[in-house]
Write a protein that binds this ligand. Structure first.
Ligand SMILES: Nc1nc2c(c(=O)[nH]1)N[C@H]1C(S)=C(S)[C@@H](COP(=O)(O)OP(=O)(O)OC[C@H]3O[C@@H](n4cnc5c(=O)[nH]c(N)nc54)[C@H](O)[C@@H]3O)O[C@H]1N2
Ligand SMILES: Nc1nc2c(c(=O)[nH]1)N[C@H]1C(S)=C(S)[C@@H](COP(=O)(O)OP(=O)(O)OC[C@H]3O[C@@H](n4cnc5c(=O)[nH]c(N)nc54)[C@H](O)[C@@H]3O)O[C@H]1N2
Ligand code: SF4
Ligand SMILES: [Mo]
Length: 680
């Protein structure tokens, strides 16, 4: 048996370092790397099951469609046939309709820089395809946080062990950011209190010391209500605010409009609990808020995140090690994006499609899209408004290429499928958007079948299309070196050579998470007031904008009284839709279900275990109901992005979700869905 090391490639904050047992070239066991200061030997259940994902149900050869779109019937072809067919079809489309008739679609299949965003961007820039705005995950919240602080930089999560109060706000960390939970448990042993604020009593809520159940999308009101109490009680840190912030006086006036009795009505939280939460928050030193993705997947998610992000500035929590907030720490990894993506290769400005609106783009865009190239993503399952996405993917006149590891719902709609390597079969450079370690991983096993990494396929396609710019010859290592060609890394002495030897290096981020006098906001200060927001049509001070449910969100409101808000977060056993094809994990995850409050169930004659139809104008879902106090009346939750065939009517949760964009940032609004639930 041989021991090798790698990095988890998945779109997960923890970016774990992995220790692998390999027997005769086959990975037999995957564990956490004990020597990595964040992973410390612990990984999730999903990745422990990885050997099953590597060796079962892999796509091993290029395939050409042999049946109706979506039927899943394919014949094996050679790589040269596949590449020739793609290149010749694209050449024809380009000469007849122009390069914008082609569009790439990708997201977080791998977080490795090389295979996520380098050679692909170069190729599509060079062709001049329709561009895609990658907003599906965190665009609204990231912009909300950046309005305050200028960049995605926050507390170093390892420092949270010093915190006295830890608030998990709209994040199910026990399942989605397990090492933040582990660090918080260590803080709890030192006396820290853990609070969770969520729309349903998930695992994190149960593990917390105190849980606040909030109405979906009302977090901005709660943040302003907390600010109101802190300011009313003169518990703010005046020195910190005077020195480091802008627009505070205007914010104070705004916060005065949110007294506890009003906020109680808006959030569904009792007044005295809001008072108590504000008091505990103002007193704790250091206090830490982990801002999750859940609360920002709403129509008002960006500005709500801005309001929450300002709370630690109000109390001066940033003065203490481990105090402050963390939404994303990707700002600690500045890469040479121009060298990676080569925007200079774009000859003429192109149109851009927001990835959240893939269905609309495939069905309605003029002039139409005629070819789609999907990699690192499974849009048939993860994109909102699923039925429209499927309608688009089913177009017989759309030439679709899917580069995948496994036969996903999206791959079934391809004209050509290309087999992709897993991260254990290729090299890559990994940054994290949560901890502060940069890592390099070499391939540790041979490639399965004829699978190839993304970078290699894009190089083959560029050759076939006749592009001879030198950048299309770069190797993984060339690209990693180019990525690190920034003073930031040079000053820290962090090079690819060192990474290859040491595997991971902790970036020195200094004592304070960032320098408050010199933030990258327009004023250089923490901004309670931001002109940037005006361009989106909102006030330049954070205010609470209730979710405006678009009319067509609702189906037959009169039939069952008030409609229910439908929340569909990811689950414990899958990583978005990845792993939803792994048998042992599917068995553990049991089956999809919705949680419904006893009151709503009774109103509809629904008993625990009944089959129900959840529906709105976009689609419907046939699913089992669990009647539980874990959700407020008016809210239903179904966790997990299962593949379509796991649902009784073959439609997943995204058949119900809207493809409208968030208030700011053009983000997804998955959780601002309204539905009606009926017993079958
Ligand atoms: N096991 C596992 N881990 C994952 C993933 C996975 O699929 N599975 N996905 C990864 C990815 S890509 C991401 S982006 C992260 C996402 O992980 P998180 O940041 O935890 O975000 P979500 O799970 O989408 O939502 C978190 C919680 O927000 C709640 N919520 C919904 N609406 C609201 C609201 O209006 N207010 C409040 N306060 N809460 C609300 C949801 O009920 C949910 O419990 O996890 C990553 N880690
Ligand atoms: N209803 C609802 N929908 C959601 C969410 C939600 O909470 N609720 N969460 C949203 C969020 S936060 C996100 S980030 C998105 C995630 O959406 P996606 O980024 O599409 O995530 P996955 O479902 O993990 O699909 C990634 C695919 O990439 C493939 N892949 C992995 N590595 C490679 C590689 O090296 N090369 C190639 N070619 N393919 C590879 C995997 O096999 C997998 O099928 O989903 C969003 N959708
Ligand atoms: S999915 Fe997340 S928790 Fe699991 S091994 Fe990967 S990085 Fe770690
Ligand atoms: Mo995400």
């Amino acid at each position: 048996m041989e021991i090798q090391y790698s990095v988890c490639p998945h779109d997960c904050p923890d970016t774990c370092a992995l220790k692998l047992e390999i027997v005769n070239g086959v990975i037999t066991k995957i564990d956490g790397d004990l020597s990595h200061p964040v992973t410390r030997g612990v990984i999730c259940e999903k990745v422990r099951a990885y050997p099953e994902r590597i060796y079962n149900n892999r796509i091993l050869y290029p395939l050409r469609r042999a049946g109706k779109k979506g039927s899943g019937k394919f014949n094996r072809i050679s790589w040269s046939e596949a590449v020739d067919e793609i290149a010749s079809s694209w050449k024809k489309l380009i000469s007849k309709y122009g390069p914008e008739s082609i569009m790439p679609y990708s997201y977080g299949g791998t977080e490795g820089i090389v295979n996520k965003s380098s050679m692909d961007r170069r190729l599509f820039n060079k062709i001049g395809t329709t561009a895609i705005d990658r907003t599906i995950c965190s665009a609204a919240g990231s912009l909300g946080y950046q309005l305050a602080y200028g960049a995605s930089k926050g507390v170093n999560p390892l420092d949270v062990v010093n915190a006295e109060l830890i608030i998990f706000w709209g994040i199910n960390a026990l399942e989605t950011n397990i090492h933040q939970a582990i660090i918080s448990d260590a803080a709890r042993k030192n006396g820290a209190k853990i609070i969770s604020i969520d729309v349903h009593k998930n695992k994190t809520a149960k593990w917390s010391d105190e849980f606040f159940m909030i109405l979906p999308g009302s977090d901005g009101a709660l943040a302003l209500g907390i600010a109101h109490i802190i300011l009313r009680d003169k518990a703010e840190d005046k020195l910190f605010l005077d020195k480091y912030s802008l627009g505070f006086d205007d914010f104070r006036k705004k916060a005065m409009e949110y007294p506890p009795e009003k906020v109680a009505k808006l959030t569904g939280m009792p007044e005295e609990r809001i008072e108590n939460l504000a008091k505990v928050y103002a007193e704790a030193k250091p206090s830490f808020i982990r801002i999750g993705n859940g609360l920002q997947h709403h129509r008002n998610g960006g500005i709500n995140t801005w309001a929450i992000s300002l709370l630690p500035a109000l109390t001066g929590a940033w003065n203490y090690k481990g105090g402050g907030a963390l939404k994303s720490n990707s700002g600690y990894f500045p890469l040479n994006e121009d060298a990676l993506k080569r925007p200079d290769l774009i000859k003429n400005p192109t149109r851009t499609v927001n990835m959240v609106q893939l269905g609309k783009a495939l069905c309605d865009l003029e002039p139409p899209l005629r070819s789609l190239y999907v990699y690192n993503s499974n849009p048939a399952v993860v994109a909102p408004n699923q039925n429209l996405v499927i309608k688009g993917l089913a177009r017989e006149d759309l030439f679709t290429v899917v580069h995948e590891q496994t036969m996903t719902d999206t791959a079934k709609f391809a004209d050509i499928i290309l087999p992709a390597t897993t991260s254990f079969e290729h090299a890559d450079l990994y940054i994290s958007y949560w901890h502060t370690l940069i890592q390099w991983a070499n391939p540790v096993i041979s490639r399965l079948g004829e699978a190839k990494p993304n970078i290699e396929v894009f190089k083959m396609l560029s050759r076939s299309l006749g592009f001879n710019d030198a950048c299309f010859l770069d190797t993984e290592e060339d690209i990693a070196r180019q990525a690190l060609d920034v003073n930031y890394w040079k000053e820290r002495g962090i090079t690819l050579e060192r990474l290859k030897k040491e595997r991971f290096i902790n970036i020195n981020t200094g004592n304070s998470p960032f320098e408050f006098g010199r933030l990258s906001t327009p004023s250089g200060k923490i901004e309670f007031k931001s002109k940037k927001v005006l361009s989106y049509g909102f006030s330049d001070i954070p205010e609470y904008n209730p979710i405006n449910y678009v009319n067509n969100n609702i189906l037959k409101a009169e039939e069952h009284g008030p409609n229910l808000i439908f929340i569909s977060p990811p689950n414990h056993f899958f990583l978005n839709s990845s792993f939803a094809g792994v048998s042992s994990l599917k068995v553990k995850a049991l089956e999809p279900f919705i949680e419904i409050n006893p009151k709503d169930a009774e109103d509809r004659g629904i008993k625990d275990g009944d089959l129900v139809i959840v529906q709105n104008v976009r689609g419907s879902l046939t699913i089992k109901a669990k009647v539980l106090e874990s959700v407020l009346p008016g809210v239903v939750v179904s966790a997990g992005l299962w593949w379509k065939d796991a649902y009784l009517n073959g439609s997943g949760v995204n058949a119900l979700t809207p493809d409208d964009l968030s208030d700011i940032g053009g983000g997804a609004t998955f959780f601002s869905a309204q539905v009606e639930v009926k017993k079958i």
